[in-house]
Design a protein around this ligand. Structure first.
Ligand SMILES: *[C@@H]1O[C@H](CO)[C@@H](O)[C@H](O)[C@H]1NC(C)=O
Ligand SMILES: *[C@@H]1O[C@H](CO)[C@@H](O)[C@H](O)[C@H]1NC(C)=O
Ligand SMILES: *[C@@H]1O[C@H](CO)[C@@H](O)[C@H](O)[C@H]1NC(C)=O
Ligand SMILES: *[C@@H]1O[C@H](CO)[C@@H](O)[C@H](O)[C@H]1NC(C)=O
Ligand SMILES: *[C@@H]1O[C@H](CO)[C@@H](O)[C@H](O)[C@H]1NC(C)=O
Length: 855
């Protein structure tokens, strides 16, 4: 029987003290001292490496203990090397230490720092987002091997064995894999071995029926939208045919078989709700498959571009919750495009043409769509076109005097094959390239080639571009470059509003709306200002699905989606739009009850607010009537009504009117606290108490209620959309009152939103410079064009303060509001400040028809 271990034993006490001096906690030191072998090895390394009294942090000290064990066979020099790496924080985890020992055993006296770092994952940081992406990518590429939860452990091991995830935190990998399995296969159920036998080899369970899918949650529809229907049928990366098989090989080598997409807006206007579909499809499809999505500004039309559009587009992409992998510009490729245009001429597949626009139109069959004619320039010698193209570039021609046209196929049935223009003279300075260029490539020349340069696997666009697909493919093949596959889905049109840039500009210019972000518009900046949560937009778009037919949706349906989204996410506050004073005559002046009430009846996580209840209250004027009727359950003379969360119902005993207008200006009521005979009220109404000491009520300077901007359901189709404007679409209510819980809610919403976006921007910053597979092993960043990441202000504004005004509607704080406490320290007490201006926007009403009913 071994002798009992006693830490006070004079033989072990010094050992424990030594281990403590290394940095181990007392229990850990005792534990190490207990095992004679470990103790001896640890003592040896502490003495030989001069670690006594170093008091390393716990993590480092624990690694030294490990090193004493696994590194026992190392020579002193190698041990010293490993210890130094631990002390410097280069080796941070047990798996790295194990790799280090293995390396050092094999490379005695020949340690190469760079090689060591690589072998041991030194400095490799794989963020949780990157882990998630890599896991999704793996699962998407290897879907056929993964049967369901029974493959979980095997999959996890294989994932950890991939070079990209080898040094990622195991827990993150596990978490991401679990989440992905959960989404793919549903919750893990205890499997009955008998069932496994039955289903093994049988076809996989069919996806949920459409009926089920449409009734299920947003999560389910978001999944199925990428795996079923239009998006589910897209080719696998590399599945797009190439004119030369080598191009496919090179492409797959460059992308590693990932899905690469792009969102390519023209920076010549503000994005509107229709664009949110393109953003969702491109960013969402790539993310779903663990791929990448570029934001590429298609800036080939210098005359229409302004910095504010560039900024706003990026802000909106981020606001919707996506982060571009890289931000690029078509203009990045101007030289490359020019060189390819020259190459195209050399291949006798383009020519410089001097025909006027009218002549070209006529040669293309004119109004009567007659036969096409080749113009005299089509057959000019290659040398001549080369010289003239140079001439175009060097300023020999004014706009309209010369164009470069592709030599396609005039007999083709597709007008996009009738020698469309590749380059034109514009003589306009460009936002990014200044006066370098006088000629600019057209969309048709630029788009497919930029897709090609960026190795786009899926070029997703709307069906207006179907005819362009032929010229897209023609050009890539003519130049023998990688040819992405363009696939077209139906666009999202919103009816009941106008979305064309020209029309909105007219509304803005003529003052029918207050700017491009007027909340009655459907630009994304307007929806944001109105308070529509980005998640509601994504869930709306995802719920509509993606197919080849366009979605023509009424604004009412959009609002319904927003309402549904807010229902269980927005906290609820008591708000009185049109205050009517109530004096509770049986409540003494000095009686104050503080009531703590939930911010949402069904979502306790949203927390509570505390409001005072006093002798003087305000209720909404609409909740009182002089004439009673059978189906009316709110307040009238002699009638009782419940007050949300109040100690008791109230009964109206009398009222006072304004002598001149006859309007009811005050009610006198009794609080029915001790009346056991009074029945349970049939209705409850909201209220706010007058109690200046606790800041109640909050006075709202302006509440902006938005109605349909147009009278007809389809203003875009009317001849004169200005005549269709409803002059009273903006209703401004002054002097509404809000419970005092508003302040802490507002402060919390702001602080949370800021924290969240700070974290996001930090990840974005790391992701922007993170080495990819193609990057050199020494970790040099790829040549991405990611701009410095923008400020939190880009993501967070007043609109993130959203709530339901109980029984009134959903509201958000407008950007014009000034709430002093929000700009102070995070820890400053929420509340009113001198100079505050409270302005609310109604996001949506509570019910679809309430706007009509209320009027
Ligand atoms: C698919 O699985 C194999 C084997 O585990 C792995 O090497 C490969 O990287 C996986 N594919 C992707 C795209 O992750
Ligand atoms: C993993 O998931 C669990 C539960 O879902 C969570 O508590 C934990 O924080 C997650 N860990 C990481 C590293 O994300
Ligand atoms: C695209 O792929 C080609 C090989 O086909 C490669 O040379 C190029 O660097 C890749 N470009 C990008 C932006 O990934
Ligand atoms: C109690 O309530 C009933 C019904 O509302 C009313 O008729 C009665 O006058 C009340 N009694 C007192 C003492 O307030
Ligand atoms: C114009 O807007 C007001 C306020 O919403 C509404 O009451 C009225 O019905 C609208 N008029 C038309 C013609 O739609």
């Amino acid at each position: 029987m071994p002798p009992k271990f006693d830490p006070k034993d004079p033989a072990v006490a010094p050992l424990i003290a030594l281990f403590e001096s290394l940095g181990l906690s007392t229990p850990k030191a005792v534990e190490a001292a207990k095992a004679p072998k470990t103790a001896a090895a640890l003592k040896e390394i502490i003495i030989s490496q001069h670690l006594e009294g170093k008091r390393l942090d716990e993590k480092r000290a624990a690694l030294i203990v490990s090193l004493a064990g696994v590194g026992a066979k190392l020579g002193q020099e190698e041990k010293a090397y490993a210890v130094r790496k631990v002390e410097e924080g280069k080796l941070e985890r047990a798996d790295q230490l194990a790799a280090a020992v293995k390396y050092l055993e094999l490379h005695r006296n020949a340690i190469d720092d760079a090689e060591f770092d690589r072998e041991c994952g030194v400095g490799v940081v794989v963020t949780p987002e990157e882990v998630k992406r890599l896991v999704l990518l793996y699962l998407s590429a290897n879907a056929s091997e993964i049967e369901g939860w029974q493959s979980f452990s095997a999959t996890l091991m294989k994932l950890k064995a991939t070079p990209e995830l080898r040094w990622a935190p195991t827990l993150d990998v596990k978490n991401s894999t679990e989440a992905a399995f959960l989404e793919k296969f549903g919750p893990k159920v205890a499997v009955n071995p008998k069932d496994v036998k039955k289903t093994a080899g049988a076809p996989k369970v069919a996806p949920a029926s459409t009926a089920e899918a449409s009734s299920s949650t947003a999560v389910t529809t978001e999944r199925s939208v990428f795996e079923e229907g239009f998006l589910g049928k897209l080719h696998k990366p590399g599945g797009n045919p190439q004119i030369n098989p080598k191009l496919k090989e090179q492409h797959l080598k460059a992308t590693g078989g990932e899905v690469w997409t792009r969102f390519p807006p023209e920076p010549n206007g503000f994005l509107h709700i229709g664009h949110s579909k393109a953003i969702f499809v491109n960013f969402g499809y790539a993310a779903h498959h663990g791929g990448r999505c570029y934001l590429r500004y298609d800036d080939t039309n210098p005359e229409a571009e302004e910095q504010q559009y560039f900024d706003s587009i990026l802000a909106m992409v981020r606001w919707l919750g996506y982060e571009p992998w890289k931000i690029t510009y078509s203009s990045d490729y101007f030289q490359k495009l020019y060189d390819l245009a020259v190459e195209l001429i050399k291949r006798d597949k383009a020519y410089v043409c001097h025909c006027s626009a009218e002549q070209i139109f006529a040669d293309r069959g004119g109004e009567e769509r007659g036969p096409r004619r080749a113009c005299e320039h089509r057959s000019r010698p290659i040398e001549e076109s080369l010289a003239e193209f140079e001439g175009m570039r060097d300023g020999k021609y004014k706009p309209g005097e010369a164009t470069l046209r592709m030599k396609q196929d005039l007999e083709d049935g597709n007008p996009m094959m009738w020698d469309i223009v590749a380059y034109r003279v514009l003589n306009a300075p460009h936002h990014r390239t200044g006066t370098t260029w006088r000629i600019y490539p057209t969309y048709d020349f630029t788009h497919c080639l930029c897709d090609s340069f960026e190795n786009i696997s899926h070029s997703l666009c709307t069906t207006e571009f179907i005819l362009s697909r032929e010229s897209y493919e023609w050009l890539c093949d003519a130049l023998e470059v990688y040819k992405p596959r363009q696939s077209e889905y139906g666009r999202l049109n919103l009816q009941g509003t106008v979305m064309s840039k020209r029309k909105i500009l007219k509304l803005v210019k003529e003052g029918h709306v207050n700017g491009w972000d007027d909340p009655r518009l459907y630009t994304l900046i307007a929806l944001r200002r109105r308070g529509v949560p980005p998640g509601a937009i994504i869930s709306f778009v995802s719920g509509l699905g993606v197919s080849t037919s366009p979605s023509n949706i009424q604004t009412a349906r959009f609002e319904q989606a927003v309402r549904q989204y807010l229902e269980n996410t927005a906290p609820r506050l008591m708000m009185v739009l049109k205050p009517l004073k109530v004096t509770l005559e049986n409540v003494p002046e000095d009686r104050i009850i503080m009531i703590e009430k939930p911010l949402h009846p069904k979502v306790p996580e949203l927390g509570t607010s505390v409001v005072p209840f006093t002798r003087t209250l305000y209720i909404d004027a609409d909740d009182f009537r002089l004439e009673d009727s059978k189906d009316y359950f709110r307040l009238a003379p002699g009638k009782t009504v419940g007050l949300f969360q109040a100690p008791a119902p109230i009964t109206c005993t009398k009222y006072r009117t304004d002598p001149t207008t006859g309007e009811v200006v005050e009610l006198f009521c009794n609080l029915e606290e001790s009346n056991s005979t009074s029945k349970k009220p049939k209705a409850f109404i909201q209220w706010v108490a007058d109690h200046p000491a606790s800041g109640s009520p909050v006075r709202i300077d302006e509440t902006r209620v938005f109605h349909q901007l147009f009278k007809s359901d389809d203003p875009a189709a009317t001849d004169d959309f200005i005549a269709d404007l409803n002059a009273s679409s903006l209703e401004v209510v002054k002097g509404a009152l809000l419970e005092v819980g508003f302040w802490s809610l507002a402060k919390k919403a702001m602080v949370d939103a800021r924290k969240e976006s700070e974290a996001r921007l930090k990840t974005a910053a790391t992701a922007g410079s993170e080495p990819t597979k193609e990057a050199s092993p020494n970790g040099a960043p790829h040549d991405g064009h990611n701009e410095p990441v923008a400020s939190v202000a880009q993501l967070v504004g007043n609109e993130c303060i959203r709530f339901q005004g109980l029984r009134v509607g959903y509201f958000a704080v407008d950007k014009d509001a000034k709430l002093g406490c929000l700009t102070e320290e995070d820890t400053a007490a929420p509340g009113a400040r001198p100079g505050d201006v409270v302005i609310l926007n109604r996001i949506v009403s509570l019910k679809e028809d309430s706007a009509k009913k209320a009027s």
